[in-house]
Design a protein around this ligand. Structure first.
Ligand code: SF4
Length: 239
C-alpha cells in the first residue's frame, strides 16, 4: 500500500521561539499551503512565512521520509496552514506517536481538528499533544469543533485585536493558556517616550517598545492570567 504523502516546505531543528514551550528544542515540519486568502484573513501583511502559501511549493514526502528527519522528541507541525493536509497529518501523527515523538500543532483555527476516531474511542485521547490556535483578523474565527481542545491560544497584537476580542476568545476557550504576542519589529527600533501602559518598563530608561509591544504588555498586565509571548528565535537570529 502506498504511504501517505504531504507537501513539505522545510524540516529543521530549532528552539521553539514562541508561547508556552519557548526555549524547548523541536523539529519543525513546515507544510505547504495557506487558506488565508480564500477565507479573507487579514494576516498576510505581517505573515513571516509567505514562502509557505502556495499549495504546490516544497516537495512531496511520504510519512517515513518526514519522520526520518525528525531527531528530537518533539515535532512541531506548522505552515502555512497545516490542517489543509489533514489526510496526511493523521497518519504522520500516528506514526510519530509510535516512535515516541510528541506532536505539536500551530494552526489558524479555521479548519476543524482531524479526529482519529479509533484513538479517541480506545484511549479518550485527542490527536495532538499540544495544539496552538492563532486566530486571525478581522473575525478571529475558530472552528467550533476546537472547543475544549485548545491547549494554547496565541493572539498576535495588531490594530485589529482589542481587549474585547481577546476576552471573548479566552472565555470561549477556558481550557487554553492565553499567549499575547506583539508583532515583530526589525531593529533598530524608534524610541518611544514614556513608560508602557502597564508600567512594566524600567522607569529610569527610555522605553523602546513598539506600539504593538506596548499594547501586548498592557493587555497582559490587565489580565494577570495571561502571558506575553515574544518571538525569541528572531531576537536570537534562529530559524
Ligand atoms: S494564516 Fe498563517 S501562514 Fe497564512 S498568511 Fe496568515 S500568518 Fe501567514
Amino acid at each position: 500500500m502506498r504511504m501517505p504523502t504531504l507537501r513539505v516546505i522545510e524540516i529543521f531543528d530549532s528552539l521553539q521561539g514562541e508561547g508556552y514551550w519557548t526555549g524547548v528544542p523541536m523539529t519543525f515540519v513546515r507544510l505547504a499551503g495557506c487558506n488565508a486568502a480564500e477565507t479573507g484573513l487579514g494576516c498576510a501583511r505581517w505573515c513571516d512565512t509567505p514562502g509557505s502559501w502556495s499549495a504546490g511549493a516544497g516537495e512531496e514526502l511520504d510519512v517515513s521520509e518526514i519522520l526520518g528527519q525528525v531527531r528530537l522528541p518533539r515535532l512541531c507541525l506548522t505552515g502555512g496552514e497545516p490542517l489543509l493536509q489533514s489526510a496526511g497529518v493523521v497518519p504522520l501523527i500516528a506514526q510519530a506517536h509510535g516512535r515516541g515523538i510528541k506532536v505539536h500543532l500551530e494552526t489558524n483555527g479555521t479548519l476543524p481538528p482531524p479526529v482519529d476516531a479509533a484513538l479517541l474511542e480506545s484511549t479518550g485521547e485527542v490527536l495532538f499533544d499540544w495544539a496552538v490556535i492563532s486566530p486571525k483578523p478581522p473575525d478571529y474565527f475558530v472552528a467550533p469543533e476546537w472547543e475544549g481542545l485548545v491547549d494554547e491560544l496565541k493572539l498576535v497584537v495588531d490594530e485589529g485585536l482589542g481587549a474585547a476580542t481577546a476576552e471573548r476568545l479566552a472565555a470561549r476557550h477556558p481550557e487554553a493558556i492565553i499567549s499575547i504576542q506583539p508583532l515583530w519589529e526589525d531593529p533598530p527600533r524608534p524610541p518611544v517616550s514614556g513608560r508602557s501602559p502597564g508600567d512594566a518598563t524600567t522607569p529610569d530608561r527610555p522605553s523602546r517598545l513598539s506600539p504593538s509591544e506596548h499594547q501586548a504588555i498592557a493587555l497582559v498586565m490587565e489580565h494577570p492570567g495571561w502571558r506575553l509571548s515574544v518571538q525569541t528565535h528572531k531576537y536570537l537570529g534562529l530559524r
